[in-house]
Design a protein. Structure first.
Length: 110
């Protein structure tokens, strides 16, 4: 079983930029489907005037520390490199959460 967090603004689609996400929906993936676990509130990492703040990245990493991957519609190169350096797997995807999770299960991505 794998656990993933999806960045979403509407609760139905992976449609949020990593740095702008105010919450993540967490799911457990199994061979035959997935289960919704919970919504985790976050503070958006990117602040228009302040730019990137790695302490905010660290808070998101801690918030999602039990997740095997983070699904986002978009993530900047700097943020992606920082997360990868902290052993966090990030996937840029888009579409309904249902379709994305089913594809991950079908293709045994995690």
């Amino acid at each position: 079983m794998s656990r993933v967090a999806a960045a979403t603004s509407d609760g139905f689609s992976v449609n949020e930029h990593f740095g702008h996400a105010n919450f993540f929906r967490v799911y457990d993936l199994k061979e035959n489907g997935y289960d919704f676990v919970e919504v985790r509130d976050a503070v958006a990492v990117c602040q228009q005037r302040l730019g990137h703040d790695t302490t905010r990245f660290d808070k998101i990493i801690e918030l999602l520390s039990d997740c095997d991957a983070v699904l986002v519609q978009k993530i900047g190169e700097g943020a992606a490199a920082y997360l990868i350096s902290k052993n966090v797997r990030v996937f840029e995807v888009s579409g309904s959460i249902d379709a994305v999770l089913k594809k991950f299960i079908e293709d045994a991505i995690l």
